[in-house]
Design a protein around this ligand. Sequence first.
Ligand code: ATP
Ligand code: MG
Length: 435
Amino acid sequence: MPGSQYQLTRPRLSHSLYSLTESSDGSHEEQGGDGSTLLTPLQKLTVAMCKDEKTIKELIIGRRVGFYKVRGEIGYGTFSRVKLAFHALTRDKVALKILDRTRLDAQAQRLLSREISSMELLQHPNVIRLYEVVETPSRLFLVLEYAGGGDLHNRICNEGKLSDNASKITFAQILSAVKYMHNMNIIHRDLKAENVLFTTNGCVKVADFGFSTRVSGRSVALDTFCGSPPYAAPELFRDECYLGPPVDVWAMGVLLFFMVTGTMPFRAETMGKLRRCIIEANYTIPPWVPGPCQRLIRGILKPAPSERYAVDQMLGCDWLLPVEFPWTLVPFEPPSPLQSLLESERVTLEEEKVEEEVRSSLEELGFTVEHLQNNQLTESRSPVTGVYRILLHRAQRRWGCDSLPVVRGMVRDPKREGLRAYRGLRHTSKFCVLS
Ligand code: ATP
Ligand code: MG
C-alpha cells in the first residue's frame, strides 16, 4: 500500500454548514413507478428525525445521537464512557466516546480539544480515526473508528504473553503509528497496553489521544507530567521538563517488555519505590527472551533520553528485520525520477478510485453536490464530514489499508536492510528549560 494512503483523499468540493432542511429541496427525489415520490436515504432519515415520534423519542433519551443509533457500553475511562453505535445511513459500526460536559473543568476541556485536534490530523492504518464530533448541551460525543478485538492489556492478562512473532507484528504496528505521529509532531504521552486496541482481524490501533500534544518541533521541551506511572520515563520523575519523542519511546519499551514476558518491567508497592526503580532503570529481562529482542529492550529502556534509541533505530533493529510492512514505511533512498513518476501515478490512480467510490456512495445516500459544497469536510462537527470520513475509510480499507505486517522468516528485503544504517544513530536533541 502506498504511503499516501495515510493522507485524506482531498475532496475536490468545498463548502459551509449542513442543515437538515437542505436535503428537502427535492432535487434528488426520484419518481416511483406509481408516481409516488421516493426519498433518498438521507431525506428519509432527516424527515424521521424531524417528524417521526419514535425517532424523536430515541434522540431525546439518547438511543440516537445525530445520525448514529446507540447500542451497549464497550468500555470506560477516567472521563468517558464508550458505547457501540451504528451509522443510520452507512450502517458502519463506530465507537462513541461520551463525555459529560458539565464535569469537565478548564483543564479537562483543554485536553479534550487537544485530543480532537490531534486526531483530526492523523490518518494512519494503526491509529484510531476520528469521524465526527457531536455536541449536545450536556454531552460531547467523539465518533471513532470501532476496534472490536479488545485491548492489548486484557489480551495479555487473559491469554498470557504474546509469542515472539505476534509480539513482532504487534510492536511493528505500534512503532509505525508512533513514527507517523512523531513525523506529524504529535506526542501521544499515554502509550500503554490499555490504549492499544485491535480490530477483529488483528490490526493494531493506537487509541486515546487525551494526553497528546502537538509540538512545533522535536526539540520543544514539555513540562506536564502525563500518562501512567509504570510507563513513565525516568525524566518525568526526575526533571522539570522533558522532550516528547523519547518519552513515547520509553513507554514503547515498557510495552514491548510486557508483550514478550507478560509482566511489567517496573513494579513496586509504593509510588516512591516505583519512581526509584524507574529512575535507576532497575529491571531484569528473563533469559529466555530472544537475544535480538533483549537488545532492543535495552536500547529503549535507557535512563538518559539522549542515549535512548530513536524510533528509526528501533525500526532498524535485528529483531524487526524479518517483518515486512504492507505499506511503504520509510523512504530509504530517493527514488529515480522514473520510479517516482510511476509511483505518483499509481498513488493518484488509487486515490482517484477511492475518491470515486466515496463520491458515488455519497450520491446513493442522497448527498448532493450542494451538501458537499456547503460543508468543510475537514470540520469534525458536521454530519456530512462523519459520513464522508466513514465512507472514505471504508474505501481505503478495501484498497488495502489495515493489512497486517508479516514475518517472513529471514528473507531479507533490501529496503529493510537499508534500515541498518539507522543503528548508529544517536538522539542528538538536548534538554532545555521552557521560558
Ligand atoms: P483513560 O482512563 O485511559 O484516560 P479515556 O477516558 O481517555 O480513558 P479511552 O481510553 O479512550 O478513554 O477509552 C476507554 C476504553 O473504551 C478503552 O480502554 C477501550 O476499552 C474502549 N474504547 C475506546 N475507544 C474505543 C474504540 N475506538 N473501539 C473500541 N473500544 C474502544
Ligand atoms: Mg485510555
